[in-house]
Design a protein around this ligand. Sequence first.
Ligand code: ADP
Ligand code: MG
Length: 460
Amino acid sequence: MNTIPFSSLPLAPALLENIASLGYTQLTPIQAEALPPILAGKDIIAQAKTGSGKTAAFGIGLLSALDFSRFSVQALVICPTRELADQVCKELRLLARFTQNVKILSLCGGVPSRPQTESLEHGIHIVVGTPGRLQEHLDKGRLLLDELRVVVLDEADRMLDMGFADIISAIMSSAPKQRQTLLFSATYAEQIREISKRFQHQPITISLDNSHHDSVIAQIFFQTEQANRLNALGYLLTHYHPESTVVFCNTKRECQDLAAALANSGFSVHALHGDLEQKQRDQVLVRFANKSCSVLVATDVAARGLDIKDLQAVINYELPWDPEIYVHRIGRTGRAGKQGLALTLCLIEEMNRVIALEDYLHITAKWDKIGSFSTNYHERFQPPMATLWIDGGRKNKLRPGDILGALTCAGGIAGSDIGKIDIFDEQAFVAIRQNQINAALAWLKKSKIKGKTFMVRKSA
Ligand code: ADP
Ligand code: MG
């Protein structure tokens, strides 16, 4: 393991202090390799497993390269999905906390574009967005790139898989030739080398081991039969009892069916797939991250880029065809050095895929038998928390402290029973320990928040 401190980099003291306050003490391996050339203004093409800290690698680069006294878009981060863009935005805002002067804007589809246009008029430094919406703003002349200094293509392989090659080319052709281009990809497919050739200038290649080591993620395989798959999954969830699990399916259809079946057998579960509206998706992700829902059933596209801290387990309900997809899936657990668990259900006729995986990852698959569990399948467990929904958010100038204050004031709920508070534009969510949820609901219903009465409900 490397132990390179951030202070060894030529960074502004306030930025360094902020990085330390985020609890980042040393550089991750990709940061150690990528940051020196990024800070030197070089183009890089970097390949590293998920959860390795790529966002902070380019984020710190951007914050060091831009001139925040000029109000123009100087950096553009292109991401494959809204979720990923949201996460990148969040991480950039955390990294930029040391100053009031950095304006970061997310430009993604699925929400109206007019407020985005208005924000663009107010002088934005860093834009993070998905290809379609970025192109729309570019075409309409609302997004100007003539002062652009840095472009980041995050999860470039995924963007190509999703068919964004042409849009990316169009966006790149609106950018100044004299610029820094940072390309991140989990793989080195031929296509990636091609876009690198087209859009980069003498890039430095950085590649880190693609396999997840057993010390970080324990991978266990279970043989099952088609007719018994759902039952087998129930046993895995009850036996390992993870506080939070993402279960992967290969199709949207399977994802919906499985979530319904699990809910039917009493599990606390939500489906995450491409058909959800933004508000529903926010709600699902909030409830999962704040521990009031323990199982998320997801497709690969929907889960791409998810970074949920403390995800204890990933289960492959269906084995993917492609070993790379397997690597992406299990990369959701064991993040930032935490021990993870990856469980995979496999039919006898799918053995060849496991052999392909062993080859790809240079591992020998470990097998276990569900029959050996002494678990009582009927022991259901409730998630530790439940969520209250509040009909107000940023637009009402609500901040986490306001909600916390309303809950805890004058003999209300104990602070230790209150979990994560998430605030969106028009709604907010607060996690409450399960056994206090009714008391908290009753309390908030008769309390004012910031002097106003809001509608409050249990979120389900
Ligand atoms: P990637 O894009 O490589 O999949 P992320 O950038 O999402 O990974 O980072 C994964 C997690 O690691 C995030 O929660 C991030 O806050 C955390 N992280 C990043 N850099 C560091 C660091 N130097 N020390 C500790 N945690 C870090
Ligand atoms: Mg990433």
